[in-house]
Design a protein around this ligand. Structure first.
Ligand code: CP
Ligand code: NVA
Length: 333
């Protein structure tokens, strides 16, 4: 297996064995971190993390993982670079890859991160685009495997806006890892047909299934994991809230929905989440539409079935793994 100098743009670019290897290394890094052992492998390297959309987990994970590996880290915020406004993506990539050893990008079209990668000599890591969130899926599968002690044969149900970036990456990761994937949400918000087809081909190879449906009954006695995400993603127009609430209200993860799943099912969410009124957006929605909880109820979010903060932690261990593997050159002394 050779990861050196490769980009991490989407899950489907990696083989089953490579993804399993990444999960195994992430487990080791988690242990090393807990034991407080030094793992500053790259004291002479620097990375840049570019965020055109806001972030807490992904940004902090890249920063902490970078420092843990001994690297220097530069953060560029949504307004802090010339990229896209005064300088093309291609030129930006050429400049950054002369200064840095790795580039993280969070932003809009997948095409942007691909253009960065095509024009850069150093690894480019996707920290979320409109279409994909691959480091999220890696961290989530680490969490699922830690909890159940296996992945093969489990069923993950993503409920809600099933065509969003997180759902896409979970579908791909499920297909690769032999996990049955259910996308359960309104027909208007189905994942892209081409992506479904690609994932179904991969799933067939790994003896698992991809089911796309609007029927909640599919969860009954079936799901080991119930996963949801916000009903409106970053970059989508705020005017769409009303329409989304209308469409997605039946898919709110509440106690009744959790009871449809297997008795030992877990709840996952990539976060951030609107499960109470302690956010300005949550309050705004409450005033306009009268909802006090959205994609998940506070009861489920705070329940013992909820592993959302384990997930958040595992983002860091898996992101560290992606950086380590793509930066580590076995030939280099
Ligand atoms: N889950 C996730 O990507 O969180 P942030 O938007 O805070 O990075
Ligand atoms: N689907 C969400 C994920 C946030 C981590 C968004 O893109 O806003």
């Amino acid at each position: 297996m050779n990861f050196y100098n490769r980009d991490f743009l989407k899950i489907l670019d990696f083989s089953e064995d490579e993804l399993r290897y990444m999960l195994a290394i992430a487990k080791k890094f988690k242990q090393i971190k807990k034991e407080g052992r030094n793992h500053k492998y790259f004291p002479n390297k620097n990375i840049v993390i570019v965020f055109e959309k806001t972030s807490t987990r992904t940004r902090c994970s890249f920063e902490v993982a970078g420092y843990d590996l001994g690297m220097g880290v530069t953060y560029l915020d949504p307004s802090g670079s010339q990229m896209g406004h005064k300088e093309s993506i291609a030129d930006t990539a050429k400049v950054l890859s002369r200064l840095y050893d790795g580039i993280e990008y969070r932003g809009f079209d997948q095409k942007i991160v691909e253009t960065l990668a095509e024009n850069s000599d150093v690894p480019v890591w996707n920290g979320l685009t409109n279409e994909c969130h691959p480091t999220q899926a890696l961290g989530d599968f680490m969490t699922i495997e830690e909890h159940f002690g296996r992945l093969d044969g489990l069923t993950l149900a993503f409920v809600g806006d099933t065509r969003n970036n997180v759902a896409n990456s979970l579908m791909a990761m499920s297909a690769k890892m032999g996990v049955n994937f259910i996308a359960c949400g309104p027909n208007h918000l189905r994942p892209d047909e081409e992506v479904i087809k690609k994932c179904q081909e991969v799933a067939a190879r790994n003896n698992c299934t991809i089911t796309i449906t609007d029927d909640l009954n599919v969860l009954n006695g079936n799901a080991d994991v119930i996963y949801t995400d916000v009903w409106l993603s970053m970059g989508e127009e705020k005017e769409k809230w009303g329409e989304r609430i209308e469409l997605l209200r039946p898919y709110q993860v509440n106690k009744e929905m959790m009871n449809r799943a297997k008795p030992d099912a877990i709840f996952l969410h990539c976060l951030p989440s609107f499960h109470d009124l302690n956010t300005t957006v949550g309050q705004d929605i409450h005033e306009k539409f009268g909802l006090s909880e959205m994609e998940v109820t506070d009861e489920v979010f705070e329940s013992e079935q909820s592993l959302v903060f384990e997930q958040a932690e595992n983002r860091m261990h898996t992101i560290k793994t992606v950086m380590f593997l793509t930066l580590y050159n076995k030939e280099e002394k």
